[in-house]
Every structure is written in structure tokens, then in C-alpha cells.
Ligand binder design. Structure first.
Ligand code: G3P
Ligand code: MG
Length: 244
């Protein structure tokens, strides 16, 4: 089984992360899926943005949770990346799902609730995914283990994964105890022994953020379930070479 290639925040090396142009490019570049980050606005609209604060990726300042969705849409989320993307907007999860619904793409929805614990984020996201009938091709991930547990309580049939960059003792039993099906780990902590141990416990392993062909090859050889990459075209080409 081939390793799945997710475009991390869309094709985020080529277009502003978590925006429509980055998602469109990922689709055109033949990514298998898209990873995106979800936060909640003041009026409780799930929106796609990585940071809790809009400063880095827009022309605004302040926290996502202090903006209504309408206010957030007025910000320019493209020109920080390149003038080519001036006036690109932040989009809602709803808009993203409308776009992806009829495309042959997997989804990785990362709940960004490890810094700010947005109340009911799990229920809000779950209901939307359900209404678009995409739950069977979605993975829910979070650095917040309590959130993984909450999501599994809502629907134990959804695939969930615990995100970590730390090789903590008892990582595998810890993730299992939250009901996770997988571990999404930082490339730095990837090792054969971790993969073997996870496999013994029936936990799959995926890796982020894998941007170099040598790192990709290693993930493919080790049989990682998926990689998250800012350059999906490079990952797909490397996979073709790996399969030759
Ligand atoms: O979901 C994988 C990866 O996106 C986790 O880290 O900070 O890029 O959201 P981050
Ligand atoms: Mg992410």
C-alpha cells in the first residue's frame, strides 16, 4: 500500500497556506489529500487558519476568536506570501467542504485547540463533516489529547490521530487510551522502533512535515501510512521513483 500524500495546509510552499489557491494547487498537483487547520471565530464559525493570531498570515492583528467571520473575511490572507495573491481571503470549513465534496481527495482536519480550547469545536466540526458526507475519508487530528477523546466519544467510527513532536515515554499507550487510531509525528522523532511498536499496538503512523526527497524516501521505505508535505508534487514524483 502506497504512503498517502497530504498537501500540508494545501500546497503551502507554492501559495499562501490554508487558502483556496493552495488547495486548488494541491488538487492540480495530484495530492491524495489535504491537511488543514481549524479555529473558531467569535460567532463560532470554523475557519481555516494555522495560528490563533492572524498577524503572521494576514494584514490584520489580534486573535481569530475576537473576529466575526465577516470581519475575518475582510482581511488579506495572501499578500504576506506574494503580491500575486493579494486579497485572497480566509475561508470557512463550510466553503472548503463544499469545494472538496465532489473531488477525489482525502481530508485531514486538524483541530487547533491546544492553545485555546474552543468550546464545542469537536461537535461543530463533526456536524459539518457529517452534513457533507465526508466522514469516511476524513482523519481528525489534534495536539490536544482531550479533544481526540471527545471526538471519539461523539463518533467512535471516525479516524482520529494524536499529533506530537515529543517522543514521550508511553506515547503509544497514551494515544491508545484516548481512542486514537493513529499517531501523527514530527519527522524528527520518526524511527523504525517507534513504527514497530506502534504497529504491534495497531496504531498507524503518519509523518509531518516532510519536504525533502530523502526524508520522503525514508517514510516510503518504512511504510508510514501518510506524509504531510508543503510540496505534494515532489512527494508524488519521489513516490513514482520509489515504486520503479
Ligand atoms: O497535521 C500535521 C501538522 O500540520 C501539525 O503541525 O503546526 O503544521 O499544524 P502544524
Ligand atoms: Mg496542521
Amino acid at each position: 500500500m502506497n504512503t498517502i500524500v497530504y498537501a500540508h495546509r494545501g500546497a503551502s510552499k507554492l501559495a499562501p497556506e490554508n487558502t483556496m489557491p493552495a488547495f486548488e494547487l494541491a488538487y492540480q498537483l495530484d495530492a491524495d489529500g489535504i491537511e488543514t487547520d481549524v479555529q473558531l471565530t467569535k460567532d463560532r464559525v470554523p475557519v481555516l487558519i494555522h495560528d490563533e493570531n492572524v498577524r503572521r498570515t494576514t494584514n490584520g492583528t489580534g486573535f481569530v476568536q475576537d473576529y466575526t467571520f465577516k470581519e475575518l473575511q475582510q482581511l488579506d490572507a495572501g499578500s504576506w506570501f506574494s503580491s500575486q495573491y493579494i486579497n485572497t481571503s480566509i475561508i470557512s470549513l463550510d466553503e472548503f467542504l463544499r469545494w472538496i465534496k465532489d473531488k477525489n481527495l482525502k481530508l485531514n482536519i486538524e483541530l487547533k485547540n491546544n492553545v485555546i480550547e474552543y468550546k464545542d469545536l469537536e461537535d461543530i466540526v463533526y456536524n459539518l463533516l457529517k452534513s457533507y458526507q465526508v466522514l469516511d475519508r476524513t482523519v481528525i487530528s489534534s495536539f490536544n489529547s482531550k479533544s481526540i477523546k471527545r471526538f471519539n466519544k461523539i463518533d467512535p467510527n471516525v479516524t482520529t490521530a494524536y499529533l506530537t513532536s515529543q517522543k514521550i515515554v508511553d506515547l503509544i499507550p497514551f494515544a491508545k487510551s484516548k481512542g486514537a487510531s493513529g499517531l501523527h509525528i514530527k519527522n524528527r522523532i520518526l524511527s523504525k522502533s517507534l513504527l514497530d511498536k506502534a504497529k504491534e499496538s495497531n496504531l498507524y503512523v503518519s509523518v509531518w512535515t516532510v519536504n525533502r526527497p530523502t526524508q520522503m524516501m525514508r517514510c516510503y521505505k518504512l511504510g508510514c501510512k501518510a506524509i504531510f508535505t508543503d510540496v505534494p508534487h515532489v512527494a508524488k514524483e519521489t513516490l513514482r521513483l520509489f515504486n520503479k
